[in-house]
Design a protein around this ligand. Structure first.
Ligand code: PMP
Length: 416
């Protein structure tokens, strides 16, 4: 039988063949090519600059995924790298934290309105898991309530990505409510009265493989009230959107106040760092919970974060992301309409999620992204995209032009 699968370019093919011999799945997790468009998407990156990157076969892409979010200023940002290099010369991984540790905590406490303290780790999951432990320590309760379909990282308590490797007992105390449905929140709180340690939400709902949904008027404020009146800790998972919508945290955009907020992706422009901040009331519980890691005090990412956060504010990056996001989404909507296609760009323009309206599967979206990837634009077919500060109008217009051809190609038939 003839093999119709697309041919991988030479180096990609060789490297992936080597990878599957020695690495489970070859490339695992959400970075697996099976999670984008196998055979078409780049598998291994070689280098990156600004809003572009090159794979190991030298194929160039305008990057609309920004490394799933960490790249907020653009790849290889000179200013961030300079501070990181300077710190690296002095040292990175010591027996002790460095002065950057305190400076960064001071910076976050100074720039996030409700924050009285800050803690640091490496990944978003570290912070969410830590925040939940703090809530359990503070309340002496077990249950955690989260949005149906939300992703909060790889912690066992939140089994969004399937049950493999976990046991039922891992999540017996996890329960879900429906986004924008106050009744489902009230029902759960009533049913588990006196047992809920935390309600955790994202600032808006960004489920994998589905449109993003902004909070309905008053929804997050109602969660805040429910938490207050029931002694429940309100945790904001701002890992994906944090610092892309507001340099003081996304809760400021949607006008509510959590008790603890978790950040990661945009904090240090790709240097490994996550942070959580909280109110004074939870400081003692936070100090009791033991969470740490071999590299959690490394100075280089903290130095990078200080520079990154200052640039975000100084250069009004939030406004730029919004403007470029709007230019992109309007351009895509108009281009699609030329061929009788209707697309929905949901979520904030800085993190848009594109889908074809009234399509029951992702086939057209896959075909659209396939064409774009083959022509040098990396759009993810079923994850929100991330605009970064290096995207300029000319990059956006170049991408829209390629997308226009892609819409034309996928307009008439749904590909098999
Ligand atoms: N929460 C949200 C909302 C996320 O988007 C992610 C990462 N995609 C996480 C938590 C987990 O972060 P990490 O992958 O860094 O552990």
């Amino acid at each position: 039988m003839e093999d119709h699968r697309p041919q991988l370019p030479k180096k990609t093919q060789e490297l992936f063949e080597r990878a599957v011999q020695v690495i489970p799945g070859g490339i695992y997790g959400h970075n697996s090519p099976a999670n984008t468009i196998p055979g078409i998407a780049p598998y291994f990156a070689e280098r990156a600059e600004g809003c572009r990157y090159w794979d190991v076969d030298g194929r160039e892409y305008i990057d609309f995924l920004s490394s799933y979010g960490p790249i907020v200023l653009g790849h290889n940002n000179k200013e961030v790298n300079a501070t990181a290099d300077e710190q690296r010369k002095a040292g990175d991984c010591f027996n002790h934290p460095s002065e950057r540790f305190v400076e960064l905590a001071e910076y976050l406490v100074g720039s996030i309105d409700f924050a009285d303290w800050a803690i640091f780790g490496k990944n978003g999951s570290d912070m969410v898991n830590w925040a939940i432990k703090i809530a359990r320590e503070y309340t002496g309760r077990k249950k955690v309530i989260y949005i149906d379909g939300a992703y909060h990282g790889s912690g066992n308590w939140c089994p969004t990505r399937g049950p493999s490797g976990s046991i039922a007992e891992d999540h017996v105390h996890s329960h879900t409510f429906l986004w924008n449905d106050v009744h489902s929140v009230h029902d759960l709180v009533k049913r588990h009265k006196g047992q809920i340690a935390a309600i955790i939400t994202t600032p808006y709902h960004h489920p994998g493989g589905a449109d993003s949904v902004l909070p309905a008027e008053g929804f997050l404020q109602e969660i805040e009230n429910v938490c207050k009146s029931n002694g429940v800790v309100f945790i904001l998972d701002d890992i994906r959107a944090g610092f892309r919508l507001h340099h003081g945290g996304s809760h400021q955009v949607f006008n509510f106040t959590p008790d603890i907020s978790c950040y990661c992706k945009a904090i240090a422009n790709g240097y490994p760092l996550s942070a959580a901040v909280g109110r004074d009331e939870f400081k003692q519980a936070a100090s009791k919970v033991f969470m740490t890691g071999s590299y959690w005090f490394s100075a280089v990412p903290m130095a990078a974060a200080l520079t990154c956060l200052q640039i975000l504010k100084r250069d009004k990056v939030v406004e730029h992301l919004q403007a470029m996001g709007k230019r992109l989404t309007h351009g895509l909507e108009n281009a699609a309409a030329k061929y009788g296609l209707q697309v929905n760009c949901s979520g904030p323009p800085a993190l848009p999620y594109l889908s074809f309206i009234e399509e029951t599967n992702l086939m057209r979206m896959q075909a659209f992204c396939r064409y774009c990837m083959e022509n040098g634009v990396f759009f993810h077919p079923h994850h929100n995209w991330f605009i970064n500060a290096a995207h300029q109008e000319s990059d956006i217009d170049e991408a829209i032009n390629i997308a226009d051809h892609a819409f034309k190609k996928v307009a008439n038939k749904v590909p098999a």
